[in-house]
Design a protein around this ligand. Structure first.
Ligand code: ZN
Length: 218
């Protein structure tokens, strides 16, 4: 079982599924040459992909091009299917920092064949997460500064205001297909500036009001 912690909650929370949004910031879709999709592009990382502050991403031997994607992570607090956007925020228990580590070369090969992306995005250590803060501590999740530096050099720095699909619409879209349960996590997409990391690098990902995590690379 893989658990996260929510500040102020003494019990660890078991993570179910991690549902991720691709192409949710215009500038990031553009930097990869992708169209902004009319419908959300979703994929799932297994809970076994989670690591925490102070741990390290292990790049699988089949990739030479591992990228960071800093993302606002949304923790689900109660069950729901077919959740309406107007009611969606009541299903959110907290917010955290996530890094959607992506093997860009593997992903390109899979995309070219029309295959699923899991080998590029769901490998062990591909989901560094922070502890989560309760929703009451975040005034507006759509007005948070996200940043990620590598070896002290800023690579990603943007506001969650630039999300194309906001959290309520994302939850509504996801729950047309998937039941959300307590302990599920949504990664809401990455802003521009994704770049390669190599063994020995140190990433620091931060989100205003949540904190920061330091993640190594092996
Ligand atoms: Zn991502």
């Amino acid at each position: 079982m893989h658990c996260i912690t929510l500040q102020g909650d003494s019990q660890p929370i078991a993570v179910g599924k991690i549902i991720c949004l691709a192409r949710n910031y215009v500038a990031h879709a553009a930097e990869l040459g992708n169209e902004v999709p009319g419908e959300p592009v979703l994929f799932i990382k297994p809970a076994t992909s989670i690591i925490f502050d102070g741990e390290a991403v292990e790049i699988p031997e089949y990739s030479q091009d591992c990228h960071h994607e800093v993302e606002l992570a949304v923790l689900i607090g109660c069950d729901g299917k077919h959740i309406k956007a107007e009611e969606a925020m009541s299903h959110v228990a907290g917010y955290g920092i996530g890094i959607d580590m992506t093997l860009r070369d593997t992903q390109a090969q899979l995309k070219a064949k029309g295959y699923p992306w899991e080998l590029a995005k769901g490998f062990d250590t591909s989901c560094p997460l922070s502890t989560f803060v309760p929703t009451e501590q975040i005034d507006d999740p759509h007005a948070l500064e996200l940043s990620l530096s590598v070896n002290g050099e800023m690579r990603q720095q943007d506001s969650s205001a630039l999300m194309i699909r906001r959290i309520p619409e994302t939850i509504a879209a996801i729950t047309r297909a998937f039941t959300l349960e307590p302990g599920d996590i949504i990664l809401t997409g990455t802003p521009a500036g994704v770049s390669r990391v190599c063994a020995g690098d140190k990433m620091v990902a931060a989100i205003e009001g949540i904190g920061e995590i330091t993640i190594g690379v092996q």
